[in-house]
Write a protein that binds this ligand. Structure first.
Ligand SMILES: [Zn+2]
Length: 58
């Protein structure tokens, strides 16, 4: 299993321990200890999402 040492808090983290989040459409791995973004995967496929219609009422 891949282990990543967080450059922020130096915690050895396995890939299963990392939190996943999508930032700007990019899958990112986030340190659960200090919330530092460790990796950001490039978007390989063209999964361009149309902008959601925002309706603000009152
Ligand atoms: Zn960390």
């Amino acid at each position: 299993m891949i282990r990543i040492v967080c450059p922020g808090c130096h915690a050895p983290l396995s890939s299963a321990e990392l939190e996943q989040a999508t930032i700007d459409g990019h899958l990112s791995l986030i340190c659960p200890e200090c919330s530092m973004v460790l990796l950001t995967e490039p978007v390989e496929e063209d999964l361009v999402q149309p902008p959601e219609e925002v309706s603000i009422h009152g």
